[in-house]
Design a protein around this ligand. Structure first.
Ligand code: CTP
Length: 355
């Protein structure tokens, strides 16, 4: 083939290609595209763009009764599977019907879940099982992409899987359950802490202990009787602390607020004081007392949760910026100068101490 006819073919190919492309664009503008006959093409493209670029929204539900760091870790993992986490807090009636009455009422459980820093939105009175109606509501009204639960089986009283429909729809994801803690286990620890009891109470007391020591494979260690922290099965790792921490120090002009305490059995009252404390400045540092300090000030049976467990619960709270794990009872200027943050009263603005 000579070069003249080759270039003629190239020109022809370009012209034909241009005509085809032009016709496609005109057809698209006239709404003649076969893919979306009922929508103007620009709107269809816009919707497709929005769908592809909108945040991935994930949903996790639960009772979150006597909220503990296992729940917080579940929420942390769920949030990592998407961009926004919506949490359904199961109603008191639904918990009673499926597991027995909750220890903490819905409004307190809502407050605890809302305070977790990985939670973006909360739905009250969620059903215990994902029904078809509720699943459609999640998908259509809340724009949920995936429903998430821990890797422990969640069975209804009739033995069926509470997440069967979500799994069938291909919209279910699982996170790893945190070993070493459960609400049942905490109630068991509390019962073990009750020491000064009349003999007549002992029988019902030990039967309650047995009942509450069956949660999620936790065995009650008899040697721990009388000291809640000895029966913890939690093994703290530096990785877990890092996962929970914000990894940020205060800015140069920050007003640092310091509050210390036991923060045992982290509850709605703790959340409220931390919220108020954070409101007094720009950076909230929380000192968490050692187990020994708490035992010596509040009695040998306390704390129920050990230092690391208490630290994780406090760190998961959205109002907290940093914690001192094992803060001294007496605070001093030296303590802030030497603590890991390198906080110095001289360098920073006023430090507000709440007692
Ligand atoms: N979860 C977890 N690790 C734990 C406890 C709970 O990952 N140690 C997860 C559950 O798998 C669930 C979510 O936290 O996805 C909410 O749990 P919840 O409904 O409150 O009930 P339980 O699983 O029974 O937790 P607990 O026994 O502590 O009450």
């Amino acid at each position: 083939m000579d070069s003249a006819s080759s270039s003629a073919r190239t020109v022809a190919a370009c012209v034909i290609g241009g005509i085809v492309l032009g016709a496609s664009v005109v057809a698209l503008h006239l709404g003649a595209g076969p893919a979306a006959p009922s929508l103007p093409p620009v709107e269809a493209l816009r919707r497709r763009f929005r769908r592809r670029h909108r945040p991935v929204r994930v949903y996790m539900d639960g009772c979150f009764d006597m909220m503990h760091y296992g729940h917080c870790n579940a929420l942390r993992q769920a949030r990592a599977l998407g961009d926004e986490l919506v949490v359904g807090v199961v109603s008191d009636d639904e918990i009673t019907a499926n597991k027995g009455p909750p220890v903490t009422p819905l409004h307190e459980r809502m407050k605890m879940v809302r305070a977790v820093k990985w939670v973006d939105d909360v739905i009250p009175d969620a059903p215990y099982a994902i029904t078809e109606d509720f699943m459609n509501k999640l998908f259509n009204e809340y724009n949920i992409d995936y429903i998430i639960h821990g890797d422990d089986p969640c069975l209804l009283p009739d033995g069926t899987d509470a997440y069967a429909l979500a799994k069938k729809a291909g919209r279910y994801k699982q996170i790893k359950r945190t070993e070493g803690v459960s609400t049942t286990d905490i109630v068991g620890r509390m019962l073990l802490c009750v020491r000064e009891r009349p003999v007549s109470d002992n029988q019902s007391h030990s039967s309650l202990q047995r009942q509450f020591s069956h949660g999620h494979g936790q065995n009650i260690d008899d040697s721990g009787f009388g000291n809640g922290t000895k029966i913890s099965h939690f093994l703290p790792t530096s990785r877990r602390i890092v996962q929970f921490s914000n990894g940020r120090g205060p800015g140069p002009d920050s007003r640092v607020v310091y509050i210390d305490g036991a923060f045992d059995l982290f509850h709605a009252g703790h959340v409220e004081i931390l919220r108020l404390a954070r409101g007094l400045g720009d950076f909230l540092l929380v000192g968490i007392h050692t187990d020994q300090t708490i035992s010596s000030t509040r009695g040998p049976h306390r704390p129920i949760m050990n230092l690391h467990e208490r630290s994780l619960s406090v760190l998961a709270c959205r109002y907290v910026d940093e914690v001192i794990i094992g803060a001294p009872w007496h605070i001093s200027k030296d303590m802030f100068v030497t603590c890991e943050l390198g906080l110095s009263l001289g360098k920073l603005g006023p430090l507000i101490y709440i007692c």
